[in-house]
Design a protein around this ligand. Structure first.
Ligand code: ZN
Length: 431
């Protein structure tokens, strides 16, 4: 980890891994695996013994040898093993449905946290052992993150932003409710002018954010006809980035329109979520600033399906019809232009647990299965500043892995329907 992600969450995660592995007989587990994609991008290692202690990988060695008495041995000699998958863009405490807007009126943050516990387990069993949550009710999401780290709830390791910092009336604000409800739902995350945005960042960090998410442009699912272009002024974005940096946080920007993506990149935002309208100039800026794109094509496909089923209010329906079809093409352009891409789905828009559908969309956009897996492991781990701990299967990292019955490099859909086991911190979960 090159930067603080959450000292508290991390130390809790370490503690829990120790507790988890204590249930094995000797404290040492050896996984015997036929094919191991230890470092995605470098192909398979064959016939490996992966030694695990205290939730972490101690060693990988070739061949299957005799083990000390009391060692727990898991025979996966016929299986394929890849590092635990990482989804860089989820909303763990909610899931879109025709009644989502009603839930905002009826549910407490406790309800949201309990929903999140259910979705977190679903996500873990789908092979995602680490996620970044970029926008959820603050108390619910930070409590869920910490409960997972403390071993109270089964779920992926989590880095979380809490509510997005947004302009008033912007994509991250509360829109389309009556004036009285808008007053209640609109939070301290809404800001106007550079000074006020510094305040919003500081309050977000104080409430528990590991990373700052901003809404640099309009968005599809906010119930407002405010377009998909730039919504923060340049000086506001710069103030947000500088303030976050002072407190050791990176900034990621929700952005669809070209002007908004470029404003974010030019003012030091480290990553872009969605990126729908990027073009050659935008791609050049990504490369110049060494920024990362989290494409979330699955969200585009999902909302396209909602343009005719009555799920969306009119303002959102109009935007969904435009954005959805553009996203696949966006990812193809980004790949061909050499943009650094970290895997992300926007799950919560799509259903939790089908995150791996994004792999199919990435392959459709030109990625090889191994490149797509690399985006969901090594690249995403660096994007989340957790690459010292997850992303590859190497000594010293958490024993997070996905076990597959068939070869995902031959058919990436194996990641959707061929999981036989998920291992997180040395603990075994079976879907
Ligand atoms: Zn999102």
């Amino acid at each position: 980890m090159r930067n603080l992600f959450s000292g508290l969450a991390l130390s809790a995660a370490l503690t829990v891994s120790c507790a988890g592995i204590a249930s094995a007989q000797s404290g040492v587990t050896v996984i015997e695996a036929g094919k191991v994609l230890a470092v995605p991008g470098q192909g398979y290692l064959t016939d490996q013994s992966i030694k695990i202690e205290d939730g972490k990988i101690v060693s990988l060695s070739s061949g299957y040898s005799k083990h000390a008495a009391g060692t727990r041995v898991i025979n996966l000699r016929d299986s394929y093993v890849v590092p635990g998958l990482i989804d860089s863009h989820v909303h763990m405490t909610s899931e879109w449905s025709p009644t989502s807007r009603l839930k905002a009126l009826s549910d407490s943050e406790v309800d949201a946290a309990l929903d999140g516990a259910m979705y977190a387990k679903r996500t873990l069993l789908a092979g995602f052992t680490t996620v970044q949550d970029v926008g959820g009710a603050n108390e619910a999401i930070f409590s869920l993150r910490d409960a997972i780290a403390a071993g109270k709830v089964d779920g992926p390791r989590m880095r979380a932003s809490g509510r997005a910092v947004t302009p008033t009336g912007g994509h991250g604000d509360s829109n389309g409710f009556s004036p009285a409800l808008t007053k209640i739902f609109s939070g301290p995350n809404a800001c106007n002018g550079a000074d006020d945005c510094r305040r919003a960042v500081r309050e977000t960090i104080r409430s528990g954010a590991d990373v700052i998410k901003i809404t640099a442009t309009g968005g599809v699912l906010s119930n407002t006809k405010a377009g998909l272009e730039q919504q923060f002024y340049d000086d506001e974005i710069k103030a947000i980035v500088d303030t976050a940096a002072m407190m050791g946080r990176k900034v990621t920007a929700h952005a669809h329109g070209k002007g908004g993506i470029e404003a974010a990149l030019r003012n030091g935002v480290q990553s872009i979520e969605h990126g729908t309208y990027l073009d050659d100039e935008t791609i050049a800026l990504f490369r110049k600033h060494d920024a990362t794109l989290v494409p979330t094509v699955l969200a585009g496909v999902t909302v396209t399906g909602w343009t005719t089923n009555g799920w969306l209010p009119e303002a959102s329906r109009e935007k969904a019809a435009v954005v959805g079809p553009l996203m696949q093409d966006m990812l193809r352009k980004a790949r061909e232009g050499g943009v650094n891409v970290a895997f992300g789905t926007d799950s919560g828009v799509s259903k939790h647990g089908i995150n791996a559908e994004e792999f199919v969309l990435m392959v459709n956009a030109g990625y090889t299965p191994e490149e797509a897996i690399k985006a969901a492991t090594i690249t995403a781990s660096i994007h989340l500043e957790m690459d010292d701990h997850v992303g590859t299967l190497e000594a010293g990292k958490f024993a997070d892995m996905v076990v597959l019955r068939e070869d995902p490099l031959q058919d990436v859909r194996v990641l959707q329907n061929g999981i036989s086991m998920v291992v997180k911190g040395g603990e075994v979960y079976r879907p």
